[in-house]
Design a protein around this ligand. Structure first.
Ligand SMILES: NC(=O)c1ccc[n+]([C@@H]2O[C@H](COP(=O)([O-])OP(=O)(O)OC[C@H]3O[C@@H](n4cnc5c(N)ncnc54)[C@H](OP(=O)(O)O)[C@@H]3O)[C@@H](O)[C@H]2O)c1
Length: 345
């Protein structure tokens, strides 16, 4: 029997992590937000940028004061001054780039979704295990303060027996055949792009699912552009997870148990407010908004630097087995929505 606490646990900032020397692979939208967040909030160093074009990497490097830029990804991986790389390219490139980075002896942070398929994720885990390098998926949501607090509450059993989790991510997006989002050859589709957040949330609170029931729709390029899923664990707890490019939804998440529920406000996948609410309506609130929006990308990089300093090779919060399990769920949700990549037909 759990009792409702009189106050929330105090979340202590982790100690400042020793700096890694980062190289950025793929100077696109998220690479810019990641670099800005690192420079604004951490002692981490960004020492090189790599692109398929020397012009694009030089422009990125000059924008952020990065000392070195390369006109190929291989040249960046050959730089002995780089300790760790951040792979911020389309999903179609993640496998080959992660494998090349591991072979070059670099620690690797791979943007979500980790890979295109669970098969690729298994292969990367196995390649990693033959080496001493650290590899993790950049599932930023699991490293932001309210999710660290939620894990403490779950560990303390404050919610009682868990029964439901809900998370949704709708972001109306006009079809564009030239965008990576809609191109199956680049690993497009709403599940890999934003559906991964509600699915990762559901899995992080309820664990793995035995049953996966999905309804979804396809864009004209063949990738799925919306889904709603009901996910059921072996004990009968259920998550409902949804994502869409056809409409915009509130970006909220919730987890409910026999004693209390936790509601995470918008946008649940970045830094967001958390409320613990008892069955009779008592509320305790938390909001650490020091790194709003995509500035929260910096938490996972600091966590990774700390894990490496501790001698770890995978994240204790989201290991490569967790990434594989999440990719297996993603495979099932994509298939349930009716989407297949060419090599899955
Ligand atoms: N964590 C987050 O908040 C967040 C948000 C958005 C996206 N993401 C993830 O970050 C990754 C990149 O997304 P993004 O929105 O930043 O994409 P983007 O703006 O299109 O940038 C992707 C970069 O990848 C490089 N690239 C390498 N091979 C490519 C290819 N075959 N086709 C196209 N580009 C290629 C490009 O750099 P060069 O051409 O210069 O080499 C480009 O700058 C994806 O995995 C995505 O899921 C994460």
């Amino acid at each position: 029997v759990s009792t409702f606490p009189s106050r929330l646990p105090v979340l202590v900032d982790p100690p400042a992590a020793p700096p890694l020397r980062w190289g950025i692979l793929g100077p696109g939208t998220i690479a810019a937000d990641f670099t800005a967040a690192l420079l604004a909030h951490t002692g981490q160093r960004v020492v090189a940028a790599g692109s398929r074009s020397a012009h694009r990497s030089a422009a990125f490097a000059s924008r952020f004061g990065i000392p070195t830029s390369y006109g190929s990804y291989d040249a960046l991986l050959a730089d002995p001054e780089v300790d760790a790389v951040y792979i911020a390219t389309p999903m179609s490139e993640h496998f080959a780039q992660a494998a090349a980075a591991i072979a070059a002896g670099k620690h690797v942070l791979v943007e979500k979704s980790f890979m295109r398929t669970a098969d690729e994720a298994v292969r990367i885990r196995d390649i990693r295990r033959g080496t001493a390098v650290f590899v993790m998926e950049a599932m930023k949501t699991l490293y932001v303060p309210q999710m660290r607090l939620l894990r403490l509450l779950l560990d303390d059993g404050v919610l009682g027996e868990l029964d439901t989790a809900t998370a949704q991510f709708g972001s109306a997006t006009t079809f564009d055949a030239n965008s990576r989002l809609f191109d199956p050859a680049l690993g497009g589709g709403v599940v890999l792009d934003i559906g991964v957040y509600p699915l990762a949330f559901a899995r992080s609170v309820l664990g793995d699912f035995d049953r996966v029931d999905v309804s979804g729709t396809l864009a004209s390029s063949g990738v799925e552009d919306s889904f709603s899923a009901v996910l059921t664990t072996s004990t009968g707890a259920r998550a409902t997870a949804a994502a869409s490019w056809r409409s915009t939804s509130a970006l909220r998440a919730e987890v409910g148990g026999s004693a209390a529920r936790v509601a995470i406000g918008e946008p649940f996948h970045n830094t967001a407010p958390l409320e613990l609410i008892s069955n009779d309506g008592s509320r305790l609130g938390f909001f650490d908004d020091r790194r709003p929006g995509r500035q929260g990308l910096s938490y996972q990089a600091e966590a990774m630097a700390g894990y490496i300093a501790e001698g770890r090779t995978e994240s204790p919060v989201h290991s490569l087995d967790d990434s594989i399990a999440l990719m297996r769920l993603i495979d099932r949700v994509r298939a349930g929505a009716g989407a297949r990549f060419d090599d899955e037909r």
